[in-house]
Design a protein around this ligand. Structure first.
Ligand code: CAA
Length: 282
């Protein structure tokens, strides 16, 4: 395995996007997931994503094939043993992430362990690892191949060398890195998700329809999509989890999750991934 091999943990939407950007930037990728069928779906999604670039003549067909050949998948965590950097993009469950980080820190020696967590404390994740100075946040945005930002989150224990390595990796992927302290919601989600929560309050009050709320922010504030459509893209469960982290982290009632958002999550209306959220998908 080459020195440039990067591990990705979790083959969901974010893991797929991160793996796609890595292979198209020339890195060998070991993509790990517990479910074989998810890895098959991920390979298909990455193939499709790279295909969009070929259709736009931004990538040659041969380069697409070469990129796909750099992707290896496995249901054994052991496959990540020799990776130089491992980017974790598992579901946003604290106990699951802590177990993964503990296991990865036993498995690897000098690897940097980066988490794509959208809200959890990197300091707490680093605390379960043998070399906490090598733990860092590397937060991408959905859709990963399209959006240019990476938040680099420094845990209390993270070393300067770890931050520098992740900033340089972000540059190699064509992304712009911004450094953020390990504060609840970091920067983007602290700004973005309360706006989504407020849109849910507007809807709950019957002030406007979902279509009109979204149209308002698209045409009135030049957002590429409205807040309710964005919630459907992110996942309503993820939005709720972020509001809960903000509320707990700051203890400020301004971060209370909207009851409608809570009810929709309880009903399983999670957005695009379940076919229904604030909008209905075919
Ligand atoms: N691979 C490569 N290219 C892709 C792609 C993929 N997987 N998916 C889309 N693209 C490309 C398309 O080919 C298209 O390229 P061109 O501009 O060259 O034509 C471009 O991306 C835009 O795609 P579409 O034409 O399909 O769609 P659109 O113009 O309606 O834009 C959108 C869709 C990119 C999602 C846009 O609406 C947008 O940026 N919305 C805001 C998304 C946002 O705010 N994301 C952040 C969420 S928060 C988060 O992720 C963090 C968290 O922790 C919760």
């Amino acid at each position: 395995m080459s020195q440039q091999s990067i591990g990705v943990v979790g083959a969901g939407t974010m893991g797929q996007g991160i793996a796609q950007v890595l292979v198209s930037s020339g890195f060998d990728v070991q993509l790990y997931d517990v479910a074989d069928e998810q890895l098959t779906r991920a390979r298909g999604a990455i193939d499709k994503g790279l295909g969009k670039l070929v259709a736009k003549e931004k990538l040659a067909e041969a380069d697409k094939d070469a990129a796909l050949a750099r992707l290896s998948t496995s249901t054994a965590l052991d496959a990540l043993r020799d990776c130089e950097v491992i980017i974790e993009a598992a579901p946003e469950q604290p106990a699951l992430k802590e177990k993964l980080f503990r296991d990865l820190s036993h498995l690897t020696h000098d690897a940097i362990l980066a988490s794509n967590t959208s809200s959890l404390s990197l300091t707490r994740l680093a605390a379960v690892c043998e070399r906490p100075e090598r733990v860092v946040g590397m937060h991408f945005f959905n859709p990963v191949p399209v959006l240019g930002l990476v938040e680099v989150i420094r845990a209390e224990q993270t070393s300067d060398a770890t931050v520098a390595r992740i900033e340089s990796l972000a540059r190699d992927l064509g992304k712009t890195a911004v450094a953020i302290a390990d504060s609840p919601g970091f920067a983007v989600n602290r700004l973005l998700v309360p706006m989504i929560n407020e849109a849910a309050f507007l809807l709950q009050e019957g002030a406007a329809t979902p279509a009109d709320i979204d149209q308002s922010m698209k045409l009135g504030a030049a957002h590429p999509m409205g807040p309710l459509a964005l919630a459907d893209l992110i996942g309503l469960d993820v939005c709720l989890a972020i509001m809960e982290v903000l509320q707990e982290g700051f203890g400020d009632p301004k971060y209370r999750p909207c009851p409608l958002l809570k009810r929709m999550v309880a009903a399983g209306y999670l957005g695009r991934k379940t076919g229904r959220g604030f909008h209905v998908y075919g």
